[in-house]
Ligand binder design. Structure first.
Ligand code: GLS
Length: 828
C-alpha cells in the first residue's frame, strides 16, 4: 500500500501582491472573460468587458481587504460603525482603480483589445441608494474612512430599486423604477453566514421571580431574515479597505409549502413577498416626511441587524459587552437609525442581563448622532400606536428612558412643564408620537450638526432645551467631500494641471492646494486653467446637445443649480430671475449682455406637489426662452433630466457659477457647494449652511453673498412677512410673476402656476420676494465680472486653491478625534 500523500497546510497567508503592469492586467481580464463569464474575447460584449475588468480590480482590492481586516482584528483597535439608511455611491470602478493607482495600466490593458476604458466605465450603473446630500455624504465618509485609516464599517440597506429614474414628459417629472441590479453586482459578496432574524409585532412577557429584577421577553409575531451583502471600499493608495455591509430582507420560510400543496400558489408566497418588501425600494423623500409603516420597518430592520452583527463580532473578540464603548463607536446618520438606541438597551438588558443603569451608560457612550436638518417636516416622529404595535418592547424602553430624562431635568435643572414638554421623547401635541430626534439625542454622548451655522441653530431652536440640559453634548462637524471622486476622478484635466504646477502633494493632503493660490496672478497658468474649464464646458455642452438637442455656447457663463428640488433651495427664485433677465434682454437688445446658460437638474419627491411644479416651470420657461429668436444666444435655459452622481461628476467641473441660494437658516450644510468651488466655480449664495465657512476660506472677494441672514429670515417670519408690497414696488419681479400668471410659459394651461405665484403674494415663506432684488444685483455684478476674464479666472483659481479644508478626510479626522476616539493616533 502506498503512503497517503502529505497535504501541505495552506496557512492563512494572503497571496503575493499581484503585478499591475498592462500585460498582466490584460491577461487577467481575458482570463476572467473566459473562466468567470464564459465568453471568448471575440464574443465579449461591452458589459462583459466591464464585468471582467471589475473582477480583476476586485481581486486586488480583496488582497488589501483581508490585510486590513486582519490588521484591525490583531490590533484590537476600536471600530467605527456608520449606520445610514442611505449610501449614494454612484459608480465604483473609477474610484477603485484611481485609489489603487491603476487607471493608466487598466486603460492600456483594455486598449490591447480595442476596448476604451472610458466607455466601459460608463456602463456601470449608479448605485443610487440614497436621495441626495445625506446619502452622498455617507458615501464620501466611507471612502474617507478608508483613506484616512479609520477601521470603519458602513451599515445600510440593499434596496433592490434605488432612487427613481426621472424622465421629463411635456415638461413634467415622471418617476420610473430604477434597476441597478439588472446585470448583477460584481462588487458585492453575499454573506449567508451573516444573517439574523429580525422580529416585529407580538407581545412582551414580563417574568418576575421573588428577589430578582423583572425580566422582559419580547415574543415577536413576525420574523424576517436580514442577509448581509458586503462591498469592499478601498481608500486612497489602497492603504486600507473597509466594508459596506448592506442588509437584504428575506422570508424565514421562503415558501409556505402546505399552502402551495393545497393549491394556494399565490398565498404560499405572501410571507416571502411581505418580507422582501422591506428592502425593495428606497423612500424618495429627502428633507421631507416619509411616515409610512414600511419606512419604520426598514429603519428597525437594518438597525437591529447591524446591532446583532456588531455584538456578535464584539463577543467573538471580547469576553463581555462591558467594554463595548471602548471598542465600538456607532454613528447614527440622522434619526433614521435612532431606534437603535432602544434596541441596544433591549439587547443589553433583556438578552445580556445588564442592569438598566449600566446598560444606559454603555449605550450612551457607544452612540453618536448627526443631525442633518432642522426642517420641521423632516423631523421624524412616529405615532405611538404604530410604534407600539410594531415594536412593543422598544416602546416600553423608550417610556423608561423618557421617565429618567424627565426626572433628571426636573430634579437637576428645575425644568418647568413647557421645557419638559420640549425635551420629552413623546410629543403629546400631535396625536402622541415618538420623537426620534430626542431619542437619538439623549441616547448619544455626542450630537453634531454639519456646519457651524447649522450647529448654532440646533442649539437655539429644535434642541434648545436638550442643549440646556446637556450643554456639552452638541458639537459641530462641518461636512466635506472626497477629493478623489470630486477632483481627481471627475476633473483629470485640472488635476493634471495642478500636479504640474504645484507638484503632487495635494493628492495626499488636499489642503496643499493652497500652493496654487499664488498662481491666480500668473497669466500663463490662468490661461491653462481657463482652457481646462472650457474643455469641461464643451463636454457638458455635447452631452446636452445629444440628450436634449439644445446647442450651448461654451463661452457663455455656465450658471448651474443642481440638487434636490425643494422650496427652501429656491430653484423658483433662480427661474424668476431668468424670466426677469429674459424680459430685459428683449426690452433692451442694444445692451451689452453677458451670454448666460442656466442649467438646472434635480428630482422632486413624488408627493411634493410644489417641487414638481417648479420642475415643470423650469421646463416651460426653457422651451419659450430657447425658441425665442429675440434672445439670440444671450440666454439659454436647460433642465437636464435624471440628475445622479455620475451626471454630477460631469457637471461640477463644467460650472462657472454655482447657485447656493437657499433661504438662510434652512440648508444644514450643502456639499454640492463644495464640489463646485473645488472645481473652480464661483459661488452665488446666501449666508447659509457651509456657505458661511466657504466665505471664510475663499475670502469675500471670491464669493458672491447676497440676501437675508438666518436671524433676519426668522424675524420676518415672526412678523408674518408677505411678498405683496415688494412685488408692487419691484417692476422686474412683478413683470416676471405676471408673465408666469398670465400663461406666457404655459399657454395650454395658464392656471398651472397660480398657486406658486399667489403663495409669494400672500406669504413668501421662503423669502423669494424678500431676496429677489439682492439676488438680481449680485447676478448683474457677476455679468460684469465675467467680461473681465482674467479677474474672473483668478477668483476661480482662489476658489480651487482655498477649498482644501472641505475635504471629507478633514471631517473624518474631526469625528475620529472628538466623537469616536478611533483611528490613527486615537489609540489609548
Ligand atoms: C441634508 C441637508 O439638507 C444638506 O444641507 C446636508 O449637506 C446633507 C448632509 O449633511 O444633509 N439633510 C437631509 O435630510 N438631506 C440632506 O441632503
Amino acid at each position: 500500500m502506498s503512503a497517503t500523500p502529505k497535504i501541505e497546510p495552506m496557512g492563512a497567508k494572503v497571496p503575493e501582491p499581484r503585478q499591475n503592469d498592462p500585460d498582466t492586467l490584460a491577461r487577467q481580464i481575458v482570463e476572467k472573460l473566459t473562466y468567470s463569464i464564459g465568453k471568448h474575447p471575440e464574443q465579449a460584449r461591452k458589459y462583459d468587458w466591464l464585468r471582467a475588468t471589475t473582477l480583476v480590480v476586485r481581486d486586488r482590492i480583496i488582497d488589501h481587504w483581508f490585510a486590513s481586516t486582519d490588521r484591525v482584528r490583531e490590533s484590537k483597535d476600536k471600530r467605527v460603525y456608520y449606520l445610514s439608511m442611505e449610501f449614494l455611491i454612484g459608480r465604483l470602478l473609477r474610484d477603485a482603480i484611481n485609489n489603487l493607482q491603476l487607471t493608466e495600466p487598466v486603460r492600456e490593458a483594455l486598449k490591447r483589445y480595442n476596448v476604451e476604458l472610458d466607455m466601459v466605465e460608463l456602463l456601470e450603473p449608479d448605485a443610487a441608494l440614497g436621495n441626495g446630500g445625506l446619502g452622498r455624504l455617507a458615501a464620501c465618509f466611507m471612502e474617507s474612512m478608508a483613506s484616512t485609516g479609520v477601521p470603519g464599517v458602513g451599515y445600510g440597506i440593499r434596496y433592490v430599486h434605488g432612487f427613481f429614474r426621472q424622465e421629463i414628459a411635456d415638461g413634467a417629472q415622471v418617476e420610473l423604477p430604477e434597476t441597478w441590479l439588472m446585470h448583477g453586482n460584481p462588487w458585492e459578496f453575499e454573506r449567508r453566514d451573516s444573517s439574523y432574524e429580525i422580529g416585529f409585532g407580538g407581545k412582551v412577557i414580563t417574568q418576575s421571580e421573588p428577589g430578582k429584577p423583572q425580566r422582559h421577553v419580547w415574543r415577536p409575531s413576525e420574523r424576517v431574515l436580514a442577509v448581509a451583502f458586503d462591498t469592499p471600499i478601498v481608500g486612497w493608495r489602497g492603504s486600507q479597505v473597509n466594508t459596506l455591509r448592506l442588509w437584504s430582507a428575506q422570508a424565514v420560510d421562503p415558501i409556505l409549502l402546505d399552502a402551495f400543496n393545497d393549491g394556494d400558489h399565490i398565498g404560499a408566497l405572501v410571507e416571502s413577498n411581505k418580507a422582501e418588501a422591506i428592502t425593495r425600494v428606497l423612500y424618495p423623500a429627502d428633507s421631507h416626511q416619509a411616515g409610512q409603516e414600511l419606512r419604520l420597518r426598514q429603519e428597525y430592520f437594518f438597525s437591529a441587524a447591524s446591532l446583532q452583527d456588531i455584538i456578535r463580532r464584539h463577543l467573538s473578540e471580547n469576553e463581555s459587552l462591558d467594554n463595548l464603548a471602548d471598542k465600538v463607536a456607532i454613528q447614527l446618520n440622522d434619526t433614521h437609525p435612532a431606534v437603535s438606541v432602544a434596541e441596544l438597551m433591549r439587547l443589553l438588558v433583556d438578552v445580556h442581563g445588564y442592569v438598566w443603569s449600566k446598560a444606559w451608560t454603555i449605550t450612551r457612550a457607544t452612540f453618536g448622532y448627526t443631525n442633518h436638518t432642522l426642517l420641521p417636516e423632516a423631523l421624524e416622529h412616529w405615532p405611538i400606536s404604530l410604534f407600539e404595535r410594531l415594536l412593543p418592547r422598544q416602546m416600553q424602553i423608550i417610556y423608561q428612558i423618557n421617565a429618567d430624562v424627565i426626572r433628571e431635568a426636573a430634579q437637576d435643572k428645575g425644568f418647568n412643564d413647557q421645557q419638559i414638554a420640549a425635551i420629552s421623547l413623546i410629543d403629546e401635541g400631535h396625536g402622541r408620537r415618538v420623537r426620534m430626534g430626542q431619542l437619538a439625542f439623549v441616547g448619544s454622548h455626542a450630537v453634531n450638526g454639519v456646519s457651524a451655522l447649522h450647529t448654532e441653530l440646533m442649539k437655539e431652536t429644535v434642541f434648545n432645551n436638550l442643549h440646556e440640559l446637556y450643554p456639552d453634548r452638541i458639537q459641530n462637524k462641518t461636512n466635506g467631500v472626497t477629493p478623489r471622486r470630486w477632483l481627481m476622478e471627475c476633473n483629470p484635466g485640472l488635476t493634471g494641471l495642478l500636479k504640474e504646477a504645484i507638484g503632487p502633494a495635494f493628492l495626499d493632503d488636499t489642503e496643499k492646494l493652497a500652493d496654487a493660490d499664488k498662481l491666480a496672478d500668473d497669466s500663463a497658468f490662468r490661461d491653462r486653467f481657463t482652457a481646462v474649464k472650457r474643455e469641461n464646458k464643451a463636454r457638458l455642452a455635447d452631452i446636452i446637445s445629444d440628450r436634449l438637442a439644445i446647442t450651448l455656447n461654451p463661452d457663455a457663463i455656465f450658471d448651474i443649480q443642481v440638487k434636490r428640488i425643494h422650496e427652501y433651495k429656491r430653484q423658483f427664485l433662480n427661474i424668476i430671475e431668468a424670466i426677469a433677465l429674459y424680459n430685459q434682454i428683449r426690452a433692451h437688445p442694444e445692451k451689452n449682455w453677458t451670454p448666460r446658460v442656466k442649467i438646472f437638474a434635480g428630482k422632486a419627491a413624488p408627493s411634493y406637489v410644489q417641487a414638481k411644479e417648479i420642475i415643470h416651470l423650469a421646463n416651460d420657461v426653457a422651451r419659450v426662452v430657447n425658441s425665442d429668436p429675440a434672445v439670440r444666444d444671450l440666454l439659454k435655459i436647460v433642465f437636464i433630466p435624471n440628475y445622479n452622481v455620475s451626471l454630477a461628476e460631469i457637471i461640477m467641473p463644467a460650472a462657472d457659477l454655482s447657485e447656493q441660494i437657499s433661504t438662510a437658516g434652512l440648508e444644514a450644510s450643502g456639499t454640492g457647494n463644495m464640489k463646485f468651488a473645488l472645481n473652480g466655480a464661483l459661488t452665488i449664495g446666501t449666508l447659509d449652511g457651509a456657505n458661511v465657512e466657504m466665505l471664510e476660506h475663499v475670502g469675500e472677494d471670491n464669493i458672491f453673498i447676497f440676501g437675508l441672514k438666518a436671524d433676519e429670515v426668522a424675524q420676518r417670519r415672526r412678523e408674518a412677512h408677505s411678498g405683496r408690497s415688494i412685488i408692487d414696488r419691484t417692476p422686474l419681479l412683478r413683470e416676471a410673476l405676471d408673465a408666469i400668471s398670465s400663461g406666457v410659459f404655459a399657454p395650454d394651461n395658464p392656471a398651472r402656476y397660480h398657486t406658486l405665484v399667489s403663495n409669494l403674494y400672500n406669504n413668501d415663506w421662503w423669502m423669494i420676494c424678500a431676496d429677489f432684488e439682492a439676488y438680481w444685483n449680485a447676478q448683474r455684478s457677476l455679468d460684469a465680472l465675467f467680461l473681465n476674464q482674467s479677474e474672473w479666472q483668478s477668483k476661480a483659481i482662489h476658489n480651487t486653491a482655498r477649498m482644501g479644508w472641505f475635504s471629507s478626510d478633514r471631517s473624518i479626522r474631526e469625528y475620529s478625534k472628538d466623537i469616536w476616539q478611533a483611528g490613527p493616533g486615537q489609540r489609548p
